[in-house]
Design a binder for this molecule. Sequence first.
Ligand SMILES: CC(C)(COP(=O)(O)OP(=O)(O)OC[C@H]1O[C@@H](n2cnc3c(N)ncnc32)[C@H](O)[C@@H]1OP(=O)(O)O)[C@@H](O)C(=O)NCCC(=O)NCCS
Length: 177
Amino acid sequence: MENFIIENTELIIREATKSDAKDLIDYLDKIAGESDFLTFGVGEMIISLEQEEMFLENSYKQENALIALVFLDERIIGCVSLAGGVKPRLRHVGEMGISVLEAYWGKGVGEMMIDYLINWSKKTGVIRKINLKVRNDNARGLNLYKRTGFELEGTVRRDMLIGNKFYDSIIMGMLID
Ligand SMILES: CC(C)(COP(=O)(O)OP(=O)(O)OC[C@H]1O[C@@H](n2cnc3c(N)ncnc32)[C@H](O)[C@@H]1OP(=O)(O)O)[C@@H](O)C(=O)NCCC(=O)NCCS
């Protein structure tokens, strides 16, 4: 657990546990409707409380996986995740996911979560590469990833289909030494 201050407000970041499952489901429901940049839209994140609890418990146990939550007055306002590979040849690679509640965008919460994830990754001694995918029209996300040291690795065409429109994504990566 770490504390940090943004705009005179104290925030806490810590690894999620099973007991965060209900609040995390509510948070995911909310962010689903706040942008079109996630892999799920409103009502598309269908997961039961038991499934979410198992998911969090499992992630907590894995040395190459992390779900970290940012709290403001005990309310979740941000989430960063890393899902490491399962097979031995892929265990050193983690796929990052990140989100912030819209009301708190552009205040540095995203940057703070990435710093936290990088430090955590270094400490694992297992994670040697962080990958992420970002829609190529997600200017805010792209800005954040470039600024925090992610490098461009390629393009995935037709990565998302929303309604009847396809969206390409950019793959970015960071080496962890
Ligand atoms: C992407 C996201 C995680 C960033 O979190 P955040 O807390 O807003 O990030 P920060 O405040 O640390 O940094 C945002 C960066 O975008 C910049 N920015 C702010 N408004 C912007 C805009 N309208 N267009 C482009 N960049 C913008 C900020 O200036 C900052 O970059 P800079 O400091 O280099 O200028 C958050 O906006 C979010 O959850 N978006 C919706 C979901 C999403 O896109 N998730 C990522 C999917 S890959």
